[in-house]
Design a protein around this ligand. Structure first.
Ligand SMILES: NC(=O)c1ccc[n+]([C@@H]2O[C@H](COP(=O)([O-])OP(=O)(O)OC[C@H]3O[C@@H](n4cnc5c(N)ncnc54)[C@H](O)[C@@H]3O)[C@@H](O)[C@H]2O)c1
Length: 244
């Protein structure tokens, strides 16, 4: 039988990159999936598409009402929606800082808050957050992004410990640089995209960028019963950056 047969999965940021691959993999393994995104048009077929801005409590409340109505609840939540920024503390504006925190941190908090009642009711549930190695080490020009992902890592551990006795696990994945549309946009902003790409590759000892599916596979593992004894952890998938 498929590993996720009968499981109800809600994934944010499901319309692109890593979240799109997560959605595909969960569907392949038999799950019922809601793929939520600011732009859900590219959520893989087979998933229920839902338009959401995860930084808005009204939107998130509606998303979880839809999850109840279409799936009958939520067993697995992947808080994957996120936005980047490429500024230092000096360059960052308050508006940019607040928007990055609103999506990356408040969005993760809100979806977790609305998912927990379903999980507590059934004394079972799994949350997988998409953090980043940027939340673990200092990377130049990532001030608000790094701080927001550090907050996601801290929240992951807090939620893991708070609800462990209720059958709920919470972990995060910490990718290095992943060849998703996100990085495409980052390179487009550069004066010399080829050189910038080479720099990003050189930062990773394995000598390439990750493919989105390589991160999605780790999230699927953490969501599965194979990871039944894994909670509160940062699963680093960075081609060796942290080892250097
Ligand atoms: N690409 C990388 O190098 C990398 C590295 C480490 C961590 N991450 C993290 O991985 C996650 C996914 O990134 P990706 O690389 O697949 O990027 P992506 O831009 O390809 O996909 C992100 C998706 O999130 C959606 N989204 C953005 N803001 C949203 C909001 N407020 N509400 C709902 N949906 C929203 C976007 O529409 C998009 O579909 C992010 O949390 C990102 O921080 C990415």
């Amino acid at each position: 039988m498929a590993r996720f047969s009968g499981r109800k999965v809600l994934i944010t940021g499901a319309g692109s990159g890593i979240g799109r691959e997560m959605t595909r993999l969960f569907l392949e393994e038999g799950a019922s999936v809601i793929g939520a995104d600011l732009d859900p048009s590219n959520v893989p077929a087979g998933a229920h598409q839902f338009k959401v801005d995860t930084s808005s409590e009204d939107d998130v409340a509606q998303l979880f009402t839809a999850a109840r109505d279409t799936l009958g609840g939520v067993d697995i939540l992947c808080n994957n929606a996120g936005i980047g920024s490429t500024t230092s503390v000096l360059d960052a504006t308050v508006a940019e800082w607040d928007r990055v925190f609103a999506v990356n941190v408040r969005g993760t908090f809100l979806c977790t808050k609305y998912a927990l009642p379903y999980m507590l009711d059934q004394k079972a549930g799994v949350i997988v957050n998409t953090a980043s190695v940027a939340g673990m080490i200092g990377l130049a020009d990532r001030a608000s992004y790094a701080a927001s992902k550090g907050a996601v890592i801290a929240l992951t551990k807090q939620v893991a410990v708070q609800w462990a006795k209720d059958g709920i696990r919470c972990n995060c994945v910490c990718p290095g640089t992943v060849d998703s549309p996100w990085v495409g946009r980052l390179l487009e902003q550069s004066d010399d995209p080829q050189r910038r790409r080479a720099e990003l590759v050189a930062r990773q000892p394995l000598g390439r960028l990750a493919q989105p599916v390589e991160i999605a596979k780790a999230a699927v593992y953490l969501a599965s019963d194979d990871a039944a004894f894994v909670t509160g952890t940062e699963f680093v998938i960075d081609g060796g950056i942290l080892a250097g």
